[in-house]
Ligand binder design. Structure first.
Ligand SMILES: [Zn+2]
Length: 113
């Protein structure tokens, strides 16, 4: 069985997705639809290329700012779904050193008001 060790920004985004119960819905074209938590009625479309890499989260400030380096929870929830479909183990231990103080969560994720 494959074991995937996500980078620490992905780990944190995945933990956030689990905590906030963000669940993607697979669409017929292979992309995923994820409901926005902060904006009711809004859905983000997460696109995945043929090798299973997430390429975009539509209409999403988190993705626009962080992209693949610092993914949003929508992308992370889709990554979790893809990994579980693959039957992969996810290593949730944090191998990376603590993030620098200049890179706090508040700067990564913008809270919509
Ligand atoms: Zn997003």
């Amino acid at each position: 069985m494959t074991t995937i060790t996500p980078t620490s920004p992905w780990c944190r985004a995945m933990e956030r997705a689990i905590r906030e119960n963000v669940k993607p819905t697979k669409r017929t074209d292979g992309s995923f639809r994820v409901r926005s938590v902060s904006r009711p009625g809004v859905a983000h479309i997460v696109s995945v290329d043929e090798s299973g890499h997430i390429t975009e989260c539509s209409d999403c400030q988190g993705w626009a700012h962080g992209g693949r380096q610092r993914p949003c929870k929508h992308a992370a929830s889709v990554a979790l779904a893809i990994l579980s479909l693959m039957g992969a183990n996810i290593a949730t231990t944090e191998p990376a050193p603590a993030p620098s103080p200049s890179c706090s969560r508040g700067q990564i994720f913008r809270v919509a008001r």
